[in-house]
Design a protein around this ligand. Structure first.
Ligand code: GLV
Ligand code: MN
Ligand code: MN
Length: 408
């Protein structure tokens, strides 16, 4: 079996470890997280890595370099998923990192290799993303342990149930001098490579993002008895806001999405008294993102004022744009050129990645693999081509070898 075939078989295996029968969903500190973690730990050992779970729940495998305790080149991605996920978002980067470690197992390198399967890149369970990678980079916000999931379970309680000590999460933090850099392979999660007919790209930067909980409050009333002139329908106001979000995002060259909406009290014969929405805003640069957020907030206030509705916006997550490290990016580009015989295109990532957090402690470089199926991701329809995965693996290995040669 080739490394690419084994990597894809492993993505299939991880894709079956799910909280749901009908779909893939694997969230931070869940029983499925523990099950996937155990499987990945086994693959790391097979690849000759010594492995441990760090205090934040990240799975780490390490092989020493030419001497013990050399700084580590970190290769990885994440193991958690969105609801009804595809099998490659995050997982492909982890299994390819393990393949690279396996290929280099007999090499004497001028750095240690660490493979990381980060937890909670997506923020699916607790609403706030990059828990594992922020802890790794020493940038976990103090309030993070008090966030709770839909059942009211706090991160603190979930860590304890998982067998981790909430008081020690800070010990997951790494020091810059322990690290050489971070490289991640990820599916593109968009159609640009597909449209360009190219298998791989080098990532130049990762987009800025902010996420919010939105609340529109009106007055619940009888669906028959309440005349329009007296209604304060929170869901109709929310619907206008959703349309304004798309209009403003298009006008500002950003992307903004309302991915979740709930009307309360939720009766078929009740005018909704409250609507709860999520908002995700992304842009190539922080200023563009913040301008779009400001315009969305102003438009929503106007809509709500005209309909006599209340409006509240609460920030749940913020990540500033991150530029990839020039030396690591050059190594990735050289790796792609060696694997494909072509200079790779450069893309900025519209999706968020663990590298946004890791960049606080060490330089990052990223390699994108073409997605099939119209570039769809965050969906069970996510696909990749085995030939492309083989090229990505060769490029990833060549990038690591190049960094080793530069430092050797
Ligand atoms: C992570 O996949 C994100 O960009 O939301
Ligand atoms: Mn994702
Ligand atoms: Mn991802």
């Amino acid at each position: 079996m080739t490394g690419a075939a084994r990597a894809l078989a492993r993505c299939d295996e991880l894709g079956r470890i799910s909280a749901r029968q009908d779909a893939l969903e694997r969230t931070h500190l869940s029983p499925e997280h523990a099950a996937a973690d155990a499987v990945v730990a086994g693959w790391m050992r097979e690849a000759g890595l010594t492995t441990h779970l760090d205090p934040a729940g990240n799975r780490i495998g390490r092989r020493e370099g030419a001497r013990p305790s050399l700084p580590a080149l970190v290769l990885g991605s994440h193991l958690d998923t969105v609801p009804d996920a595809g099998r490659y978002d995050g997982m492909l980067g982890v299994v390819l990192a393990i393949e690279v470690a396996d290929r280099l197992r007999h090499e004497s390198l001028p750095f240690a290799i660490e493979v990381v399967g980060f937890t909670d890149e997506e923020g699916t369970r607790f609403g706030d993303a990059l828990f594992g990678s922020r802890a790794f980079a020493g940038g976990l916000e103090p309030g993070r342990l008090d966030a709770s999931d839909a059942e009211g379970v706090t991160v603190r309680a979930a860590l304890e149930a998982f067998g981790l000590d909430p008081g020690r999460v800070g010990e997951a933090a790494r020091r810059p001098e322990e690290l050489v850099g971070y490289l991640e392979v990820h599916i593109e999660q968009g159609p640009e490579l597909l449209d360009a007919g190219r298998p791989l790209a080098v990532v130049s930067s990762i987009a800025a993002a902010r996420r919010f909980d939105l609340e529109v409050t009106g007055r619940a009333a009888h669906a028959g008895g309440a005349p329009y002139a007296r209604r304060r329908d929170a869901l109709v106001g929310a619907a206008e806001i959703v349309v304004a979000v798309e209009r403003i995002a298009k006008a500002t060259g950003t992307v903004a999405t309302v991915g979740r909406i709930r009307a309360e009290p939720g009766g078929v014969n009740v005018v909704p008294g409250r609507a709860l929405l999520s908002l995700d805003v992304r842009a190539e640069r922080d200023e563009g993102r913040d301008e779009a957020v400001g315009r969305i907030d102003a438009a929503a206030r106007e809509i709500c004022a005209a309909r006599h509705l209340g409006w509240h916006l609460e920030e749940r997550y913020r990540a500033d744009a991150v530029v990839c490290d020039p030396a690591l990016t050059a190594a990735v580009a050289a790796g792609v050129a060696a694997a494909t015989g072509q200079e790779p295109p450069r893309l900025f990532s519209r999706a968020g990645h663990d590298g946004m957090a890791v960049a606080a402690v060490t330089g990052i470089g990223m390699l994108f693999v073409r997605c099939g199926n119209d570039g769809v991701s965050h969906s069970p329809d996510e696909t990749v081509d085995e030939g492309d995965v083989g090229l990505a693996l060769d490029a990833f290995e060549a990038a690591v070898r190049r960094l080793a040669a530069e430092r050797g």
